[in-house]
Each structure stands twice: as C-alpha cells, then as structure tokens.
Write a protein of this length. Structure first.
Length: 395
C-alpha cells in the first residue's frame, strides 16, 4: 500500500480522528498512488496514523477512513459502513408521515464524498470524491439490496467533482429513470420533486423538523416565506392554519412546483400568493408599501462558501435580516437560517443583534434550529454542522 508521510507537527488532526489531510501537510509520497487509491498515512517518523483514499488534484489530499492498522478496507468494510448508516435511519425509513430523508451524509457517516437521499421510491446520489467513484458499484448495490428502489439517479454535477479532477456526472445509474415529478410525503404533506433538474439532489430534507416547529407558530398569522423554493415552510404554515401565506423565490420552476404542491395538498389557493422575484428587492417593495407580517421566514442560499467570504456574507445576512425585521408587526416572529458552515451560531446571533440594532428593534431568541437526525454531526468533523437558525420575537 502506498504511504503518505506527513510533515513534522502536521499529524494532530489525524490523531484526533479528523477525516481530512490537506495537501500542504504532505511531506513524502512513497509509491505511486492513483487518485482514489487507498493509502497509509504516517507521521514524520513513519508511525501509522490512519488509512484513507488519495487524490493529488484536491486540496484535501487524503480523506481518512480507518484508524485501526489491522483493519483492511475491502468490499465488506464498505458494505458494513453503508449498513450502519442505513440502520441509523430506520425510524425515518419506517415512518408513515415521511418517505424522504438523507440516507448517507458523506464524512458524517464515515463515507467521504457520498451523499444519498431517498425520495419515495427513488434515490438521488452525489458521488463527489475519486475514492467513492472507484467503488460506487459496491455502494449502489448495497442501496439496491437494502432499499429496493425503483431507480437510482446520479446528481454528481457539483463543483466538488472538479476539485477532485473529475467531470460532472448526471443520469440514471440503476432501474427506472424518475419521472419529471416524483411525489413524496414529509410531515404528512405531499410534495412534487424534480430529481433530475431540481436544486442540489432535488429537495431540501434538512429543514424537515424546522418546518414543523415554525408551522406550529403560524395559526391565524400572516406569513411571508422568503427563498421558498418548492414551498416547505409555506405548505406547513397553511396546514397549521395560517390566515395568509406569501411565498417569494427568484426561480420560475420553483414557483411552478410550489403552486403544484398547493393544489396537490388541497390547500385554499385564496390563502396563498406566490411571487417570482429577487427576495432582497421584494422585501424593499413590501417595506415601501408598508406591508406587515406576523411571521417571516428567511432561508437564503449559502452566503459564505468559505471562511474567506465570511465578512461579505455577514454583511449580507445582516442586511437581509434588518429589512425582514422592519416588516414584522410588534411581537412578530422571525425564523431565520444560515446554511453557511463558516457562520457558527454565536456569530449568527451577533449578526442578528447588529441587524436589530440598525432596525431599531428589540430581539429575543426563543428557539434554536439545527440539522435533523439524518444529517448528523460527527464530533471529530465539526465542519459537517452547516445548518443553524433562530426563532426570534421582534419588538
């Protein structure tokens, strides 16, 4: 097995079970590993640290998999990892109220570079590392055997593949190709999902629990759902008795899907209005026309893809939330989120405090949102904790 020897003082993270070895930590490469090959990683003195798969194109040179020198990473090893992840999802897989969830969450499930989401009878996968690409046949076979899906669809068109020296990949991998719209259920609400062309892998199931919590505060309220996509927060609010829901998203296909979902669930169309618009522009339109709401949801895309973008992202989050707070009635509720891993909850609270100060508002944090159980956070990999949010009362 090829060996990757680290520079002196660069072994701490590996000893603490962090799964990434950055290229700058590599001192010597013994052997000629190809991208995706399993290698042994040692410290500067040659002492064993871990095993992982290698890539000379990526900033993450080795993704660590196994810290026991006596354990062989073979087909059974991979299948066992898959079984553990799927077994951990049994409560969700057996639910009658929800048939969509994340099955595999990359490093958090000890399978770096594999993301798999269940959408009813179909599975959407993203294969983002050369190591997983090499053994994907084993992983797909395990998904087939355990879950018996109608089809498995590849959504590996993310930029992460380019960082690994791989081309984008998009199309059916097994079974039937999904229809344009696949019907799923989450929290007892029906959704039409476009697996082939929708955002990310087709649907954002990471907000499942948070949608329910927010909706429980929506009875009799006028609700504004911003960055609504296919309507998760909007539909839950209508189910829980909101008096009116306005949904805003810049994507025409998202708005079309949302309207289909309103009809699918039999919700009163008179209680819902969908607006295709840039959210920041639309919020200013609402402000100029003195519109007021009782509950406002802000679930924007990732503003900080890396720590280098943190300052710019902080300003964007502050401006967005400042305008949002100005649209709320006194005592109104703001459910606000960040999916930027570089923005931790402490910084997010500070950003909201600054936004409230600029808006001339007092703010109370009354609930803290996080990722659901199918998006676990591994203790040795805090980078996996990306989704955070706060339910705030604004005065």
């Amino acid at each position: 097995m090829p060996e990757i020897r680290l520079k002196k003082g660069k072994d701490k993270a590996a000893r603490q079970l962090h799964p990434w070895v950055f290229s700058g930590a590599v001192d010597v490469i013994k052997g000629r590993p190809e991208n995706g090959d399993i290698v042994t990683v040692t410290d500067h003195a040659g002492t064993f640290l871990a095993k992982g798969f290698y890539n000379d194109q990526s900033r993450v040179a080795v993704r660590l998999l196994e810290w026991n020198p006596d354990t062989e990473i073979n087909e059974e090893w991979w299948r066992n990892r898959m079984r553990k992840s799927l077994d951990a999802r049994k409560p969700l897989l057996n639910s009658t109220e929800t048939n969509t969830c994340r099955l595999i969450f990359s490093e958090a499930d000890f399978l770096p570079g594999l993301i798999a989401d269940r959408y009813g009878d179909y599975i959407s996968v993203q294969i983002l590392t050369s190591g997983v690409e090499k053994i994907k046949g084993i992983l797909l076979d395990e998904l087939q055997q355990r879950l018996n899906p109608k089809g498995i669809f590849d959504r590996s068109d993310a930029s992460a593949r380019a960082h690994e020296g791989m081309d984008a990949s998009h199309g059916s991998l097994f079974g039937d190709e999904p229809p344009q719209y696949v019907e799923v259920i989450e929290n007892g609400i029906k959704y039409l999902i476009n697996i082939a062309e929708g955002q990310k892998s087709g649907f954002f199931c990471d907000q499942r629990d948070n949608r329910r919590v927010v909706a429980e505060h929506s009875e009799g309220k006028r609700v504004l759902d911003c960055f609504s996509y296919s309507g998760g927060f909007s539909l839950n609010s209508l189910k829980h008795g909101a008096s009116e829901v306005i949904s805003v998203d810049s994507s025409a296909p998202a708005i079309e899907t949302l309207n289909r979902n309103i009809l699918l669930n039999g919700f009163a169309q008179l209680k819902h209005q969908a607006i295709q618009s840039d959210v920041n522009k639309q919020l200013r339109v609402f402000k100029e026309s003195n519109e007021k709401f009782d509950l406002l949801i802000l679930d924007p895309p990732k503003y900080a893809p890396s720590r280098s973008a943190l300052d710019k992202a902080s300003r964007a989050y502050k401006d967005l939330n400042r305008i949002g707070m100005s649209l709320l009635n006194t005592g109104g509720l703001l459910a606000t989120f960040s999916c930027s891993g570089a923005v931790d909850i402490s910084l997010f609270k500070q950003i909201l405090a600054w936004a409230a100060l600029d808006a001339g508002k007092d703010i109370q944090f009354i609930y803290q949102f996080c990722q659901p159980e199918d998006h676990p956070v591994r203790a040795s990999f805090p980078e996996g904790e990306y989704l955070k949010g706060l339910l705030c009362r604004i005065y």
